[in-house]
Design a protein around this ligand. Structure first.
Ligand SMILES: *Cc1c(COP(=O)(O)O)cnc(C)c1O
Length: 402
C-alpha cells in the first residue's frame, strides 16, 4: 500500500527560526473585513499597542511602527541617525551582523566590521579596542545583533554598553532584537540600548509585515541634527500614537494591528518574566537532547558554551549531507519542518548540507518541543545517522524540573 505522507494528516510544526508559529487567536483576530482606518476601533487601538510594545522591550522611550520586515527595520533605524559617509562599527555575530553592515553600506555609510568567530561571541576587549582607537569619534553607532539567527549566538548587550561608557565614546548603541524580542531576556533601558529594531514574525507571533524601531532621547537628539531623513523612514511622526493618520505615511497595516493586539495581550497575560522563563526551559530541554545525541554521535551544537546560546534558535552541525537528509525526512514523514543552515557554509561550498537550525521562538510549549525532539530522534534512527541514546529522556527531565 502506498504510504500516506504523515504531513498530510495531523498538525504540522514549522520549527524554523521565523516566521514562527502563529497562535489561533491571532489568526482569528485577523480574519475580518477591512476596518475603517479613519475612525473607530482601529485608531483607538493604537495607543495601547504602543504601550505594550514598550512593555515588551522594557523601555520608557519611543517606538515607531512601519509596514515592513526586519530588513526594513534595519534601514529605518539607520536612516534616522546615520548620514552618508558616516562610520558604523559592527561586531561580527554571523549572517545577520553582515546583513546589517551591508544595509549601512547600501545607504552610503562606511561599516567597520570586526570579524566573527561564529561559535563564541567576540571578546568585549575587541570592541573596546576598536572604540579606543577611534580617538576622533568618527564611529557614530555600534550595530549589535542580540541574537544572530544564523549562528544562534547571543551577545551581552550590557557589556557592549559598558565598553562604550568606559571609553567615554559617544556612539549610539543600536541593537537588532529581531530574533530575540519576547524570547530571550532583553532590557532596553537597563542595558543602555539607544536604538532597538524588531519585526513581528518571530517572538511576536504575527505574520511577517510589521517592523518596529525603538529609540531613546539620545537617539532622537541625533535624529534632530540629521541634514536629511527620507519622508518614509522618518521616525518622528510615527512615534506619535495620537496622530494615527499621518503616522503610517499612508494606509495602516489594518489586519496586522488586530493580530498584534492579540499577540501582545497573550504576552502581557503570561508576563515577560514567564515568557523568558518558558523559552529558557524549552531551550535547555533542546540542549540536553543535543548533548545526549552528541555523545558518541555526529551532532554538535554550534555554540559550545550555554552562556552564549540563544533561547529562541539553536544552530546544529552534522556531517554534510546529513543535515539536509534529516530535514527532508522529518518534513516528509512527520510534518515537522526544521530550519535550513544559513550563512555558515564553508567557502566555495554554498550547497553545504552539514548545518541546520531549530526555531523555538514565540508560540511554543513543552509538547511541541518534545514532539520536535522525538521526531528528530526517529529521523536519526531511520537514516542510520550515528547518535547517542537517551535524548528524549534528557529533554523531558529538564521540562519536568521546569
Ligand atoms: C530574521 C532576522 C532578520 C531579518 O528579518 P526579515 O524579516 O527576514 O527581513 C534580521 N536580523 C535577525 C537577527 C533576524 O533573526
Amino acid at each position: 500500500m502506498p504510504q500516506i505522507p504523515a504531513s498530510a494528516s495531523g498538525r504540522g510544526y514549522l520549527a524554523i527560526p521565523g516566521p514562527s508559529v502563529i497562535p489561533e487567536a491571532v489568526l482569528q483576530a485577523m480574519h475580518r473585513p477591512s476596518p475603517n482606518i479613519y475612525a473607530g476601533q482601529l485608531p483607538e487601538m493604537l495607543p495601547g499597542i504602543v504601550t505594550d510594545l514598550k512593555n515588551v522591550a522594557r523601555t520608557k522611550g519611543n517606538v515607531a511602527l512601519y509596514i515592513g520586515n526586519g530588513h526594513a527595520a534595519w534601514e529605518a533605524a539607520l536612516s534616522n541617525v546615520i548620514a552618508p559617509g558616516e562610520l558604523v562599527l559592527v561586531p561580527g555575530t554571523g549572517h545577520f551582523s553582515e546583513g546589517w553592515a551591508d544595509m549601512a553600506e547600501g545607504l552610503g555609510a562606511q561599516a567597520q566590521t570586526i570579524s566573527a568567530p561564529n561559535r563564541s561571541p567576540l571578546p568585549p576587549e575587541k570592541i573596546a579596542e576598536a572604540l579606543r582607537a577611534d580617538t576622533e569619534h568618527r564611529i557614530r553607532a555600534v550595530l549589535a545583533v542580540h541574537v544572530d539567527t544564523s549562528t544562534s549566538l547571543r551577545c551581552d548587550i550590557a557589556q557592549i554598553r559598558a565598553a562604550l561608557d568606559d571609553c567615554n565614546h559617544p556612539a549610539l548603541l543600536m541593537v537588532d532584537c529581531i530574533a530575540s524580542l519576547a524570547c530571550d531576556k532583553f532590557e532596553m533601558d537597563a542595558w543602555g540600548a539607544d536604538v532597538m529594531v524588531a519585526g513581528c514574525q518571530k517572538g511576536l507571533m504575527v505574520p511577517p509585515g510589521m517592523a518596529f524601531v525603538f529609540f531613546n532621547e539620545r537617539a532622537a537628539a541625533v535624529r534632530a541634527k540629521m541634514p536629511r531623513v527620507s519622508r518614509y523612514w522618518d521616525w518622528t511622526p510615527r512615534a506619535d500614537p495620537d496622530g494615527f493618520w499621518q503616522y503610517w505615511n499612508g494606509t495602516a497595516p489594518t489586519h496586522h494591528l488586530y493580530g498584534l493586539r492579540v499577540a501582545l495581550d497573550m504576552l502581557m497575560q503570561e508576563g515577560m518574566e514567564a515568557v523568558w522563563h518558558r523559552h529558557t526551559v524549552l531551550a535547555r530541554a533542546i540542549w540536553a537532547a543535543c548533548d545526549a545525541w552528541g555523545q558518541g554521535g555526529l551532532l554538535e551544537m554550534n555554540v559550545p558554551d550555554p552562556a552564549h546560546r540563544s533561547h529562541a534558535v539553536t544552530s546544529l552541525r552534522l556531517e554534510s549531507p546529513q543535515a539536509t537528509a534529516l530535514r527532508d525526512w522529518t518534513e516528509q514523514n512527520l510534518g515537522l519542518t526544521l530550519g535550513i543552515g544559513l550563512g555558515m557554509a564553508p567557502p566555495g561550498d554554498p550547497a553545504w548540507h552539514g548545518f541546520f537550525r531549530l526555531g523555538h521562538m514565540g508560540h511554543v510549549n513543552g509538547q511541541m518541543i518534545m514532539g520536535m525532539l522525538g521526531g528528530m530522534d526517529a529521523g536519526f534512527k531511520a537514516l542510520g545517522i550515528p547518535h547517542g541514546a537517551g535524548a528524549p529522556e534528557a529533554a523531558s527531565t529538564v521540562i519536568a524540573a521546569g
